[in-house]
Design a protein around this ligand. Sequence first.
Ligand code: CAA
Length: 257
Amino acid sequence: MTYTTILTETRRRVGIVQLNRPQAMNAFNLAMLGEVFDALEVFDKDENVGAIIVTGNEKAFAAGADIKEMADQTYVQMLANEHVKVWDRIRGIRKPVIAAVSGWALGGGSEFVLSCDMVVASESAKFGQPEITIGIIPGAGGTQRLARLVGKHLAMEMVINNRTLTAQEAQQFGLVNRIVPVEGYLDAAVAFAEEIASRAPIAVRMAKDAVNAAFETTLTEGLAVEKRNFYPLFATEDQKEGMQAFIEKRKPNWKGK
Ligand code: CAA
């Protein structure tokens, strides 16, 4: 697929998807949504890639869904093209997806970040759900994922009163893993992603799946998912290699088998 709204590259074992509509603050139009998820799925299937970064530019990760594209849409049209359902596809990506955020992450941009597995933010990152200011509400998971992450009262304020969070606040509320300088923020995110990409691939997938279960199930069901993901790892070569390497005091050589 030839992309027109995103750029992709691979740095060692890290696949990078860069949102590239700077003239629109990287707002997600339908074309960009389709391309982003296509690129994510390509990297997910590529065995030379161990982790994926999604980023924007220094000014904006993404300023939400494309308001100009949505402005004239009717209820029936929005329903028919399943506009916001596309964001859900990120849940199907099995490798860790890391958002590298600088500048604005608003509306659907913030919701995209909330769907990622980890977040590296530049000092200028700002997160918010301003949909209320244009007469709608978040529709791509914002009300649910935000409330689970930051708690009810702050989520209410963000969704109902357009409260934005600085990078520091976002880190304080558990939305951001690490804050890095604006200059070189993507390189810092790549270094972080490389650490993750260097880990045992099957164990990483099982770990992602199990942690995600914590947000979807009861504790009893979540613990069952964890056990279902734990025991099969003893059927992998990587488990034998990892434990042998520990005993022999050397670095493991992962095969992803
Ligand atoms: N959709 C379409 N175009 C957008 C956009 C968006 N979400 N956000 C910014 N743009 C465009 C602007 O219209 C402008 O284009 P023109 O030069 O052609 O006028 C260009 O990007 C630059 O934007 P600004 O001039 O506004 O830049 P700024 O620095 O003054 O402000 C901003 C930046 C604070 C991000 C501001 O652009 C803004 O508030 N954007 C809208 C944010 C928003 O409301 N997002 C929610 C969208 S709805 C949604 O996401 C629903 C959902 O849940 C899926």
